[in-house]
Design a protein around this ligand. Sequence first.
Ligand SMILES: C[S@@+](CC[C@H](N)C(=O)[O-])C[C@H]1O[C@@H](n2cnc3c(N)ncnc32)[C@H](O)[C@@H]1O
Length: 274
Amino acid sequence: MHSPFVYGLVTRCFYDRRKHASYVLLKQYRRSLLKDKRAVKVKDFGAGSKVFTSEVRKLSKMAKTAGISPKRARLLNRLVRYLEAETALELGTSLGLGTAAMAAGNKIKVTTIEGCPQTAKIASEKFEEFRLENIQLIVGKFEELLVENGKWREERNSKFQIPNSDSTENRQLTTDNSKPTTHNSELLTHNFDLLYIDGNHQKEATLSYFEKLLPTVHNNSVMIFDDIHWSKGMEEAWEEIKAHPKVKVSIDTFQWGLVFFRREQEKEHFVIRV
Ligand SMILES: C[S@@+](CC[C@H](N)C(=O)[O-])C[C@H]1O[C@@H](n2cnc3c(N)ncnc32)[C@H](O)[C@@H]1O
């Protein structure tokens, strides 16, 4: 391997087999979801930004199927530490398994966005239960929160707006009369060290998030895209992202695609099994 940067990342982070103390919390967090008997009425954002289904799903099943795997959660946890990431953005909180993986035991502030209010409510409960105080959860659709130039719409910047648990209505921050409870000017001047894009796994959406988030990255940021081989469209999106002039190093880990923007480095693509 020619790149010392990638060599270090692979040998000291990807292949780090030690048992880190933070893994305990990740295990407990997952376990608490797996044994949670509750169900939520989920708004599904699968087709672009359109809500096309609304159905009742068991938390235990969601944790098993929609959440990050235990192995990837540990890798994400290590990545934050290895890269010394201090700020992260996650698109797609779901029940917070990935969010917790970034936050646990790390000196980082994680901003995470979820479009489904009921799912977000459960995640926020769990963050409190596990005292993950370094997480900021925003409820809203990515497309409406993220506008050109990486700027967030000011009126959408609310620290923590969660609807009542008994409501089946979509009360996210998309109605015209919704006013933020907390104005959070921090988001307007954000710069993320790590961006985990794990929401809408479709070509156009993925490319649009990539473009819109580009102004929020710096030379040492990493963007992680989930499910890059999930469909033909996602394969195409991944190829376009890799080819983007700002992308210098890309690593295909078979499920995740990582991209780095290190100006000092030759453009190079790697395929590495983790
Ligand atoms: C695969 S799950 C996220 C899993 C989570 N990141 C983890 O690591 O466990 C994707 C989530 O993204 C949300 N989502 C998808 N498209 C969205 C959109 N356009 N706006 C807001 N949320 C969206 C879904 O509601 C779902 O909860």
